[in-house]
Design a protein. Structure first.
Length: 208
């Protein structure tokens, strides 16, 4: 599919995701499965706020993954090749870069990070479900748009902004937690209209 139009690749990706969703649904009969970790709720209490040690470890692990990914993309030869291919694939081939190998590596890194996120979600909620990644993926895309597509620190900042918006938005009188997704995707629509480059994103100038 590398030489296919982008729309065909997008449709294929959606189709594969539906196949995977339904395969796992058939394997688990669509039921929630307990994700036992043996961890307790011990932690730090500050007034009305209770932070568990598990949450501290998860945030620390997320920060380490983000820093590692940022250094990999910005400092290593493979990261530079990834950024070059995203700009001009044909020129990279002329420069001797193995485009197929770098794209496969990109998929591997992305899948590994998604697996880490899935494990963290299972630890946090205590259960897993065949469709749990759908909303998480949409929120991740929203966070990336808020922070700026292509900026790893921007994605982290976008995630924090999105989480704070959901937390504060649901505290408005007569509005419950079931409205948190409305706030998230409402913000996405507004950003795409008024500032599509995001908070840390930059407008790219294409020279002909």
């Amino acid at each position: 599919m590398l030489s296919a139009p982008r729309l065909s690749i997008l449709i294929t990706a959606v189709g594969v995701s539906l196949v995977l969703f339904n395969f796992v649904m058939a394997a688990t009969y669509g039921e929630y499965t307990a994700f036992n970790t043996g961890l307790d709720d011990e932690g730090i209490t500050m007034g009305h706020i209770h932070i568990t040690y598990t949450q501290v470890v998860m945030v620390s692990a997320t920060a380490l993954l983000m820093v590692g990914l940022h250094l990999f993309i910005s400092r290593t030869i493979y990261g530079k090749a990834m950024r070059a291919i995203s700009i001009d694939m044909d020129a990279c081939r002329l420069m001797g870069i193995d485009v197929n190998k770098i794209i496969a590596l990109t998929f591997f890194v992305g899948s590994a990070l998604a697996a880490a996120a899935g494990v963290m979600a299972g630890v946090y909620y205590g259960s897993i479900h065949f469709f749990m990644g759908f909303v998480i993926g949409l929120k991740a895309f929203t966070a990336a748009v808020i922070g700026g597509i292509g900026s790893i620190p921007g994605a982290m900042l976008g995630g924090l902004v999105l989480g704070l918006l959901e937390a504060f938005g649901t505290q408005i009188p007569w509005i419950g937690s079931e409205w948190k997704d409305v706030f998230a995707f409402g913000l996405l629509i507004l950003l795409l209209i008024f500032k599509p480059t995001g908070i840390l994103g930059r407008t790219e100038i294409e020279r002909m």
